[in-house]
Design a protein around this ligand. Sequence first.
Ligand SMILES: C[S@@+](CC[C@H](N)C(=O)[O-])C[C@H]1O[C@@H](n2cnc3c(N)ncnc32)[C@H](O)[C@@H]1O
Length: 392
Amino acid sequence: MPHLITKRQLTIQTPSEKDGVFFDFVAKSPKEEKICVKAEGKKFFLTKLAKNENDLIKLDLTTRVTPISIAKKALKTYAELANCEIISSNIASSPTKMEPKKEYLKEISYFVDEFETKKEICIEVGFGSGRHLLYQAKTNTNKIYIGLEIHTPSIEQVLKQIRMENIENILVVNYDARLFLEFMGSNSISQIFVHFPVPWDKKPHRRVMSHEFINEALRALNVGGSLELRTDSPLYYEYSKELYSSYEEESTILKNQELEVSSKYEDRWKRMGKDIWDLTIFADKISPDIIINKDFTFNIENQYLFDEIIKILPEKPTVQDDFMVHFSHPFKITENSGLIHVSMGSFNKPLSIYILVDNKKISYFVTLPLPTSSNHKAHELIEKILINEEKR
Ligand SMILES: C[S@@+](CC[C@H](N)C(=O)[O-])C[C@H]1O[C@@H](n2cnc3c(N)ncnc32)[C@H](O)[C@@H]1O
């Protein structure tokens, strides 16, 4: 993460600009400052906090920016404007070191706002070493494969492989598969592979397969499309068989079926003489289109200024079955405005975001939450909390 350690210095005057980098405002809490930066069309924060006798200035984790060279330029420009005495830094850019090309690694927002293709789409959940994903993509160059994974080293490894083998029909996304299908259009996917998912024997609620996941899969699959689970876990097999049995769609179960490609895990299980089950369910209906609601405006008549709002925020997180909200860290900008950090949405993968209160106007900042159902539920609760008259 790019950062500077500098001798303690005063905050810069805002708004100010140098070399195309704009510093719009500074929001302060007793321990930290958030410096709002606009550069190369992107908005993000730098965080400044005390480190022993010095200051540490770094990229804010909630509003990360890519490519990282933008953050480095912002830090360098900040240091120049504030006339900082730099003690150490890691922002020097070496002309020979190129940032790795990651055109096949997509942000989740790409799938919400931009993704469109006329090609057949297949999805692999938790691709791990990627053997199956790479094999499928190389064998079916006319189809697009979306690979979902949450383990960064596996993602890096597969991206390297994609580059080395010049594969052009894989898109990789670092996102929880349990939430991803919500963004896929109805009847748009041909195959969903879930091969050797983590069995979570002691925490079954963390499994990828669930009624919610199967419902979303059957909606997103086209007629004849399939959701294919392959597992070596007897418990996961029994659990999924039970799940499938409550659907009227056709499903099949095969035992110890050889596939054209064998994954790393599979090789290990086979050597141990374990059984492997394939449970496949086929979509057989046209599902109605979904409308993704991207509206996260605050439809409330806010009468109150920042100081009054932060007094009514609950200190403890609110955790419901399918969403959570946790307010933390208010940062003051002016007498009448400030930022509130909030974690919201899915309990397993909460979204970290800021709410800006600017002279009674309330909005998310610097981006809107992703339009997941858990974020919408969390947003509704945030609105209710912000207009809670009783507590004022
Ligand atoms: C046991 S490995 C199997 C990997 C690969 N499918 C294979 O057969 O070798 C399970 C993989 O699923 C990934 N994973 C677990 N939960 C996930 C989730 N909710 N969304 C996406 N990937 C997930 C893990 O990071 C891991 O790489």
